[in-house]
Write a protein of this length. Structure first.
Length: 157
């Protein structure tokens, strides 16, 4: 880890380990690690923020994929609870009943209101709006072409 130093002009600078730019120390966040002798992170703010944003997006995508992989059995059980329990109570009861899974109250609300459906069955060949959005990410043409080539009669909302 390169340390901060003074350049020819007497400015206190440091070299970023990712982009290799030499920047003033004001462009670096403070480090909480005791081994950082200059008290600064090794990456500049721009590189650190870009990495943090990318990892947050990656985690959000994984979290979204996890929450939408509820089976027909799970969704049916949640729908049975619609007029018995509130959304929060249903989410708590779900995590107790299916102990390996957790569901957010907002997901329960979407199931109650009919906005979220189970993963498509091989039998009925229907798909949810979330499946359509995931497939659209991999489509290389225009959005209009993708929508024209998609059979919207099989789409569940």
């Amino acid at each position: 880890m390169p340390h901060a130093f003074y350049d020819e002009g007497g400015n206190h600078v440091k070299t970023c380990t990712k982009c290799k730019e030499t920047l003033p120390v004001e462009h670096y966040y403070k480090s909480k690690i005791k081994s950082a002798k200059d008290g600064l992170r090794s990456r500049c703010r721009k590189c650190y923020d870009a990495d943090t944003k990318a990892s947050n997006q990656r985690r959000a995508k994984k979290r979204k994929q996890r929450t939408h992989k509820l089976s027909e059995k799970h969704i049916a059980w949640i729908k049975e609870q619609q007029y018995r329990l509130s959304t929060r109570e249903t989410a708590k009861a779900f995590s107790k009943r299916f102990w390996a899974m957790k569901v957010n109250p907002s997901t329960v609300h979407r199931i109650f209101s009919g906005q979220l459906h189970a993963a498509p069955n091989k039998k009925d060949k229907t798909f949810s709006i979330y499946d359509m959005l995931e497939e659209a990410e991999n489509h290389t043409g225009s959005i209009e072409d993708y929508i024209e080539n998609t059979d919207l009669s099989k789409l569940k909302f």
